[in-house]
Design a protein around this ligand. Structure first.
Ligand SMILES: NC(=O)c1ccc[n+]([C@@H]2O[C@H](COP(=O)([O-])OP(=O)(O)OC[C@H]3O[C@@H](n4cnc5c(N)ncnc54)[C@H](O)[C@@H]3O)[C@@H](O)[C@H]2O)c1
Ligand SMILES: O=C(O)[C@H](O)COP(=O)(O)O
Length: 411
């Protein structure tokens, strides 16, 4: 196993929210043994303390990593979001501290899409009500209010990875698909873009939301948008709880204007399975409520475990940052005959000159150099033919350059 400037057994990996065992296996088989694993998220103060003592942190959607936590985490090297969404992480603050954040952008896409399509059918048939009645001895065999999804219009808000998959599956059931996105997207199958959110709401029998949590999507579906939906239209939200004003949705269902809803994400979600869940949508007709399990299939979780842990290991072992969400991306080759120096710095003019002068002053030959900048940070990787002692000296000198955020040496 390759030596790193910091022994692997001393690199502390903190894994929260019951990430898949595949993540632990990936770290262990790469030689990382100092792993703290928790099944749940931690309360804020405990989380801050745990993050401050870790080098690598892995979370899912429930742990909020705040700017303050990044400011107080001198050791922290990298963060893994073992999910798609990264809105729970102060990405700019992580970047400013030279900390890359990795996620799994597609590993649970299909799981969410399958659930959404299943829910569309269930809501169209008013299965939630019929199911409840049968469980308490009722028997209301009737076709009233039940429809096929074939021939109906599905409106997708946010036509990205999940939205497009939902569209493809829905078309295979004979649905007509329209979508609204703020970016121009390649339409799959016969899907048609529409010009505005309100146009989509007015034309769709079922509206499904697949946008990220951003300032632009916060509360984007409130009373006016619900009123713009077709009478009896159905709403599915498996994106983020802050996208829908949940009280307005409850009112629209009570009034009968919205014919039902399937909701997987909520503005406030319990921190763990022991905490009670309260929502204004409870016990309303034709409503499916699920505990944020859109991406929770064993296939998805296992894939996410491998994928994100592998990205973290690759960054720690080799310096590659490919697919980091907040950081300059470099995909680095192996460096069998060189020592590798990593230098993360504030993105400011003159930095590369200072770095290169340092190498010529030391008369050390550079075998390869990689530079990438993004936002507030620059990332330079330098492979050198140098002795261990020379490389250590270079690392110390690199660290002394004003504007340096982090330096590492990989043998
Ligand atoms: N329920 C779950 O368990 C679960 C699982 C996975 C993902 N998610 C959520 O789903 C979201 C979407 O995932 P994805 O992989 O499809 O993301 P994505 O980035 O591939 O797609 C999001 C799309 O939304 C569009 N968009 C952004 N702002 C918009 C706006 N204001 N109006 C219309 N479109 C807008 C983007 O341009 C993009 O095309 C994630 O960010 C995450 O929050 C939830
Ligand atoms: O962003 C995501 O991938 C989903 O919200 C799933 O999050 P989870 O891993 O906490 O279930």
């Amino acid at each position: 196993m390759k030596k790193t400037s910091f022994p692997k057994q001393d690199i502390k990996v903190l894994l929260l929210e019951g990430v898949s065992r595949t993540a632990l296996d990936t770290f262990r088989s790469a030689g990382y043994t100092n792993i703290e694993f928790h099944e749940k998220s931690l309360p804020e103060a405990e989380l801050a303390k745990a993050v401050a003592s870790a080098h690598i942190v892995g979370i899912r959607s429930r742990s909020n990593l705040t700017a303050e936590m990044f400011q107080n985490s001198r050791r922290l090297m990298a963060v893994g979001a073992f999910c798609i969404g990264t809105n729970q992480i102060a990405l700019d603050a992580a970047q400013a501290r030279g900390i890359p954040v990795f996620n799994a952008p597609y590993s649970n896409t299909r799981s969410v899409a399958e659930l959404v399509v299943a829910e569309a059918i269930m809501l169209m048939r008013r299965i939630p009500e019929k199911d409840k009645q049968c469980h308490v001895g009722g028997w209301s065999k009737s076709a009233v209010g039940s429809f096929e999804v074939r021939g109906k219009t599905l409106g997708i808000v946010g036509y990205g990875h999940i939205g497009t998959q939902v569209g493809v599956l829905a078309e295979s059931l004979g649905m007509r698909v329209i979508y609204y996105d703020i970016e121009t997207q390649l339409a799959l199958g016969n899907a048609q873009p529409v010009g505005s959110l309100h146009e989509l709401l007015g034309k769709s029998d079922i509206v499904t939301l697949h946008v990220p949590e951003t300032a632009g999507t916060q509360w984007m579906i409130g009373a006016p948008e619900l009123a713009a939906m077709k009478p009896g239209g159905l709403l599915i939200n498996a994106s983020r709880g802050t996208v829908v004003v949940i009280e307005a949705l409850a009112e629209a269902i009570k009034s009968g204007h919205v014919g039902g809803a399937a909701v997987d994400v909520f503005p406030v979600e319990p921190k763990g399975n022991a905490e009670a869940f309260v929502s204004p949508l409870q016990n309303l007709p034709n409503v499916i409520l699920t505990p944020h399990i859109g991406g929770s299939t064993l296939e998805a979780q296992e894939n996410i475990g491998f994928e994100v842990a592998a990205k973290l290991v690759r960054y720690s072992d080799n310096g590659s940052t490919l697919s980091a969400v907040n950081f300059p991306e470099v995909s680095l080759p192996e460096h069998p005959r060189s020592r590798r120096l990593l230098h993360i710095h504030r993105n400011m003019p003159g930095m590369l000159t200072q770095i290169n002068n340092l190498f010529s002053d030391q008369a050390v030959n550079i075998d390869a150099q990689f530079l990438q900048t993004a936002g507030q940070v620059g990332y330079v990787v330098i492979d050198v033919s140098a002795s261990e002692e020379q490389a250590e000296t270079l690392k110390d000198r690199l660290a002394a350059i004003p504007g340096t955020l982090k330096t590492r040496l990989l043998y």
